[in-house]
Design a protein around this ligand. Structure first.
Ligand SMILES: *Cc1c(COP(=O)(O)O)cnc(C)c1O
Length: 459
């Protein structure tokens, strides 16, 4: 079993959690329409639904919040954030946004026209939906290794450059307003992208004059993977690797709720001045004035400090070590997970834990419900509930290649014994796996349906 790295922090404030009885859990599930998004958080013991906005802020971040400047325009907090953004990423222009999807919405509103295509390794669900909401088509061109859960490729988030070139030539660069790359690749298992690949993606987009935007939610974890796994980068600091990455791109969207370790916040950064003008106008309409972007001054300050803390190497070593510990523990209990473990989460291969449940009956969803039933633990389905959609041309149902249950680990929040409890709960589920049944929708909205869908068990 991978060693559990001692936390490079100690605890000075606690938040009680409790485990409700099996009967109470069954009732809670029923009331929630078997959608764990609809559970009350206080009915959950260990919440691994998401690592988004659920981390613990440091004493420095809380202190910074008290110095928040709540001026409507030109607040000191904005300028402190600007310094951090410029020092870390080096873009000419940026606006804050209330979270990642707000930045995606603004970018899509400004750049996407109906019928246009936006390639990426894999778009995250909100990016996918924001592009579709503007009539665009998100396209995923990750390497084939990403779809083989057992494959140990060190950079399974990489874009397939041959596929990308072919796609651009077939589609015509004039129909691609910008190209993207998600680091780390959340929808594909939190898998990193190598610097070599980022450079090749950059060269390819730029060869056809396509602006290149990175979805940077977990850029710091990605940079640490580059340091650990990519030959030639061992002696570079994570900060230096980060600067190299962002020197290759034209802009980025970021959910600061991830690697900036804040409870709310996002960023949209770029170098193109005329696009920036349009972004500011759109931002004022939807989010707020460009120096606060839908956030309080104190949130901007917490983000400015969190951006630096997310890059600290002892923190990143602990963070990726905790994830690896959970994955190894599950694997040793016979629960297959995407290999190698990614940064922020462990992705359980639900299709192989529950091989008797067909994709149309949502094996990832079934395992998610079972995990709550077993240990009051909340995970998140990343499979057909989230991604199976009818093809816009043929109307035929397109299922995702993987049916996953994601266990996302909030930053600096849970300890080794919490991870051990999760591992033990999966071991019990494994013993009765053949008895677990699939689910069907009783309600499903058009876009982002996993958030509000309702289910019932199939008899
Ligand atoms: C979380 C996330 C987003 C969306 O950000 P929100 O802050 O949740 O709106 C976009 N892309 C990736 C890769 C993410 O993980």
């Amino acid at each position: 079993m991978a060693a559990y790295p001692p936390e490079p922090f100690r605890i000075k404030m606690v938040e009680p959690i409790r485990q409700i009885s099996p009967e109470a859990r069954e009732k809670a599930l029923k009331n929630a329409g078997y959608n764990v998004f609809s559970l009350k958080a206080e009915d959950i013991f260990i919440d691994l639904l998401t690592d988004s906005g659920t981390g613990a802020m440091s004493h420095q971040q809380w202190a910074a919040m008290l110095s928040g400047d709540e001026s409507y325009a030109g607040a000191r907090s904005f300028y402190r954030l600007q310094t951090a953004v410029q020092e870390i990423f080096g873009f000419k222009y940026f606006v804050p946004a209330h979270q990642g999807r707000a930045a995606e919405n603004i970018l899509s509103a400004v750049l996407v026209k109906p019928g246009q295509f936006i390639p990426s390794n894999m778009h995250f669900d909100t990016t996918d939906a924001n592009i579709r909401a503007r009539g665009g088509r998100p396209i995923n061109l990750v390497i084939d290794e990403a779809f083989d859960p057992a494959n140990q490729h060190p950079f399974k988030g990489n874009m397939d450059i041959a596929k990308l070139k072919k796609f651009i030539l077939k589609t015509g660069p004039e129909n691609i307003p910008f190209g993207m790359l998600t680091i780390t690749n959340n929808a594909g298992g939190g898998q990193p992208v190598s610097l070599e690949n980022i450079k090749a993606v950059s060269d390819t987009y730029h060869e056809y004059n396509i602006p290149f935007y990175i979805d940077a939610a977990r850029y710091a974890e990605n940079a640490y993977f580059i340091k650990m796994r990519e030959p030639g980068f061992q002696n570079f600091s994570v900060k230096e690797i980060t600067r190299k990455i962002f020197s290759l791109v034209d802009g980025m969207t970021m959910s600061a709720k991830k690697d900036a370790i804040v409870n709310i916040g996002g960023l949209l950064c770029l170098n193109d001045e005329s696009v920036f003008q349009n972004i500011k106008n759109e931002l004022i309409l939807r989010e707020g004035f460009p120096t606060y972007g839908g956030l309080a001054g104190r949130d901007l300050d917490a983000m400015a400090v969190g951006l630096y803390e997310g890059l600290e190497e002892d923190y990143l070593e602990y963070r990726l070590g905790q994830t690896a510990y959970l994955a190894t523990g599950l694997n040793n209990s016979g629960i297959p997970t995407i290999q190698p473990p990614g940064g922020h989460a462990v992705y359980v291969d639900a299709a192989s834990v529950l091989p008797h449940i067909p994709q149309g009956e949502f094996p990832g969803q079934a395992l998610t419900v079972e995990l709550y039933r077993e240990g009051a633990i909340r995970g998140c389905e990343i499979g057909s509930v989230m991604f199976a959609l009818p093809d816009p041309d043929t109307g035929e149902m397109v299922y995702p290649k993987l049916e996953l249950l994601r266990l996302a680990i909030p930053r600096r929040t849970y300890t080794q014994s919490h991870m051990d409890f999760v591992i033990a709960s999966f071991a019990s589920i494994k013993e009765r796996a053949t008895l677990i049944r699939g689910y069907k929708f009783t309600y499903a909205p058009q876009l982002l349906r996993h958030f509000t869908a309702q289910f019932e068990p199939i008899k």
